[in-house]
Ligand binder design. Structure first.
Ligand SMILES: [Zn+2]
Length: 413
């Protein structure tokens, strides 16, 4: 444990518990959709914590809360950490919250102990990471990275409240969101602490993981058009059955993922008209392809589309394949990886490299600076659910690695 600083484990745990009560219902689920009352109450709590930690706090034009600790050389770019406190519906208390509270705890420890650092340190609580309410995820981090587009302002929640109105109600000017953009020269690196939300670390019996990359994704909607016919009077040879073709396509997606070492998921599927005694005329399904290498992800898409076309040709069907969304993978930065690795070693924690499967604010921030992620073991890999759990020891271990990694980055020229 020679060169490693440690955060206050009990204080971190008690802030996690306190924040977890805001927006929590009787069954233990937390619902803090972005810019709703519980989210605003949670932000007020986080802002108070930042101030208590001795940080200079400001709210930028996208509503991101930023706590800053000046370094020995104030003009240098900041070393940044952060995450989000908005949640999905009926969430747990760790997703996002650990990164914000762990970041505040890390900076608070630096301040309390008077630890010297050259670069300024910042912790950010980003606005609307989950994207549940308006369908626009990574809102605050994208705005900070300069990827805000005004088109999103008209997106509405299920009560018809638009993003524009929600911003106004929160006391923010929706026309100024783009001004949250930071210049590249003001940020040196970004390290995010987050629960793993998967089972890899638990399998490896490791408390902490270091993401080497964040999966990119390609989302497809596939519609196969055939011919609806009577299930009894149409012999097999005369059929143009899109359901059978969809089954072949699903297996092709699985083979593609296995061949390239990525993942593929068919999460929705529907048949029309949809009756037990009718051969469907149309099958439609979505495919979620993910990989940590950009070129390989494109190859997965190309191969799968090729196979679907071949199946359709053989079965005399017409395929329509639309790309719904595409996001390139993120490679974590070498300086950040080195800092995390050294911090794990200094704290006596084995270094576990893994690819981060879920999307995070770090992915959006990559346009601004080098990024990296410290992942904390999740019990049973459960997330976005009230039974989401990471132990006090694991949470503190993650915050310790974060603290030391931030200091290493902040003292490196
Ligand atoms: Zn999250």
């Amino acid at each position: 444990m020679a060169d490693a600083y440690e955060v206050n484990k009990d204080r971190l745990w008690s802030t996690l518990q306190f924040l977890g009560k805001i927006g929590q219902d009787k069954r233990g689920g937390v619902t803090r959709l972005s810019l709703t009352e519980p989210d605003m109450a949670a932000r007020a709590y986080v802002e108070g914590l930042m101030k208590e930690a001795g940080l200079t706090v400001r709210r930028d034009e996208a509503g991101n809360l930023i706590g800053r600790l000046e370094g020995d050389r104030p003009g240098l770019p900041a070393v940044m950490t952060g995450s989000h406190i908005d949640t999905v519906v009926q969430a747990g208390i760790f997703d996002g919250a650990l990164g914000v509270l762990g970041g505040i705890e890390a900076l608070r420890t630096v301040k309390e102990r008077g630890i010297r650092h050259r670069h300024p340190l910042e912790v950010v609580c980003f606005t609307d990471e989950e994207g549940v309410r308006f369908g626009v995820g990574y809102l605050g981090s994208r705005a900070m990275a300069g990827a805000w587009t005004g088109e999103w302002l008209d997106a509405a929640d299920d009560r018809g409240i638009t993003l524009r109105e929600a911003f106004e109600r929160a006391g923010l000017d929706p026309e100024r969101i783009a001004n949250a953009r930071r210049e590249k020269k003001t940020v040196k690196a970004y390290v995010e602490l987050h629960i793993e939300q998967g089972r890899v670390l638990e399998e490896r019996q490791a408390p902490i993981g270091m993401a080497t990359a964040i999966y990119g994704h390609c989302w497809l909607r596939v519609t196969l058009k055939g011919r609806a016919d009577h299930a009894g009077t149409t012999p097999m040879a005369l059929r143009r059955d899109p359901a059978a073709a969809a089954a072949e396509a699903l297996l092709a997606a699985e083979r593609t993922a296995l061949r390239y070492g990525g993942v593929a998921t068919v999460g929705t599927m529907s048949l029309a008209p949809g009756a037990i005694n009718v051969i469907p005329g149309e099958a439609s399904f979505t495919v979620d392809l993910r990989h940590d290498d950009s070129a390989t992800l494109q190859r997965m898409k190309r191969d799968l589309c090729g196979e679907i076309h071949a199946v359709c040709k053989r079965r005399r069907l017409e395929p329509v394949i639309d790309v719904l969304d595409e996001e390139a993978p993120v490679s974590c930065g070498p300086a950040v990886l080195e800092a995390i690795e050294q911090s794990c070693r200094a704290s006596g924690i084995p270094v576990q490299a893994l690819v981060c499967g879920a999307g995070h604010d770090a992915a959006a921030i990559r346009g601004l600076c080098e990024v990296g992620m410290i992942l904390v073991r999740s019990r049973d890999g459960i997330s976005h659910h009230p039974s989401e759990w990471s132990s006090p020891d694991d949470c503190a271990a993650g915050a310790n690695v974060l603290l030391n990694a931030l200091l290493k980055l902040a003292n490196r020229t």
